[in-house]
Design a protein around this ligand. Sequence first.
Ligand code: 2IT
Length: 449
Amino acid sequence: MNAYVARVIEDVKVKYKNEPEFIQTVEEVLSSLSPVVDAHPEYEKADLLGRMIEPERMFTFRVVWVDDNGVAHTNTGYRCQFNGAIGPYKGGLRFKPNVYAGIIKLLVFEQTFKNALTGLPIGGGKGGSDFNPKGRSEAEIMRFCQSYMTALYRYIGPDVDVPAGDEGVGGREIGYMFGQYRRLKGVWENGVLTGKGMTYGGSRFRPEATGYGAMYYLNNMLAHQGDTIEGKTIAVSGYGNVAWGICKKARELGAKVVTISGRDGYIYDEEGVTSSDEKVAYLLEMRASKNGSIKDYADKFGVPFFPGEKPWGVKVDIAMPAATQNEVVMADAEKIAANGVKYYMEVSNMSTTNDALNFLRTKDMIVGPAKAVNAGGVGVSALEMSQNSERLVWTAEEVDAKLEAMMKDIHDASAKAAETYGLGYDLVSGANIAGFTKVAEAMMAQGIF
Ligand code: 2IT
């Protein structure tokens, strides 16, 4: 490993020892970069990596809200404006009890390189709160979102920082936050948030974009291998927007998603979770209910349910973790490899622990990394920003065509970057190198700060 790269990784391990998820992503990304840093000794002199692992700005704030019984609750809000070299900070908000600085920084580090991969002018941002939306009423969610935005609105804007959704934040929450922003600022700046509803500046396909994009990326991997999607079986984890988008597109393309999972376990549906309109409607219902239980699906459609388990022991052609970070650990990776999975596609950010990912990369399968596979989500967010700034709305066909082309570009740029450094068809290293190269060149051009 390049000595400068190794030193920066060691420094991060010491300095951020209480943020293990951040250490994990820094190690994953930087360990791909040795050949690039070898070729660019000027990066060390400019301490480019040291600057890249330090947020331009990161803040926390108090978010107080009153529940339906009149009792006040205090949460911590976060926003990290990580890297603005190639565009306004851009990235989602996650509302989940385990949110803390380490999770925000894992997500924002990934986001920075992912956003660069989209080819669009968006920098890296991320935020959220340790608020738990589970079991909260509509009115409580609204008051929380309003309070969150009241604390944040001064620090964001269409040319400054553009939040969106992530886990626990969907169209409903974005609506409340946009309303509060508009109320406080008294301006129509709908480019300040993405993932909005269609009546006030949302983009066609944003809800489906991450899942659709993942399937388009998969198509490019398959084509590279001289393979096709038709008739393939897919194991998916998760039950949210992303899993739903994958299922919809898989059905359209003639592939079959046989598992989905919730907080309580996973279901195995041999006929496919999108084999009937009723099942598709059920997926939508589940996504909206937010209680995270999947057992009802098994009861309703008479398929096996595996309480407390993840779907990685199922024999399929393609495995697509789409729930949350580190959902695939070494024991899961061993099962995936033993089952002869041919394509392992990370969809959730940092789906895989580093040891499990490195293990899978040595096996006879193609690995697609999250920051490339799931980039269609933020990519369509950037398209939403374009539509907002031009005050127009593109058709579904226009957005879909742009998304499909974007995913091909991301795949091809990653493959080419790996090729350039003699790494073969290594999409993990390729995505890291391609994303890094764009941000690095922009930072070098803008001077030292
Ligand atoms: O992880 C992600 O890329 C997102 N949660 C979407 C971010 C965005 O700005 O659409």
